[in-house]
Design a protein around this ligand. Sequence first.
Ligand code: FES
Length: 216
Amino acid sequence: MTGPKAGLEDKPSQNKGTGIKGLSNSNDWRDRKTPLQRARGDGSKMEGLVHHGKVPQAAERQSGVQDKVKPIIERWKDKDGALIPLLQEIQDHLGYLPREVLEEIARAMKISLAKVLGIVTFYAQFHTQPRGKNIIRVCMGTACHVRGGADVMGKLQEELDLKNGETTPDLAFTLESVACIGACGLAPVITVNNETHGRLKPEDIPGIVGKYRNSI
Ligand code: FES
């Protein structure tokens, strides 16, 4: 299992914003509304939204997610120590952990939503926002830094029009910085999914991004 998020060992949570380019980066994750809640607004516009077909679309999406995760929750909910493996299995299926699913887990396991959120935000392996099909990690360790890691990151940001930690709107790429990934001899290094690209120069980046873009 991936360990606790750096700097969070003594406290449960730091919020990460949406990470999706073009979406709000509000730090107050717990206050973010689900798509259905956003569609409902203050409730007074509900009838109008139903009339225009917006709420059923959001509700259908949500119910599709619930259909996928319910059997998984049912299988785990009464087992001791099930919360983390349950979260891992659901994330494997959905790619991330939507808030409405976390609420469903809390209900089914008869535990507080705060407890579920505490686990999800504590461990780096869990993600509460959709992530790109291709995860690009740029090493910012010392060896990579002195050999031009920042220039490689800058070129990736330019090529993808993203900031560190963001995901492209088409969910094709997520860009992240990481500490040393243990390939210092190849510095500067990036990984794309499970593949390592080393001894990079900024001019190598368009070709690498293009390769993964074309494989989508
Ligand atoms: S510092 Fe980048 S791989 Fe070690």
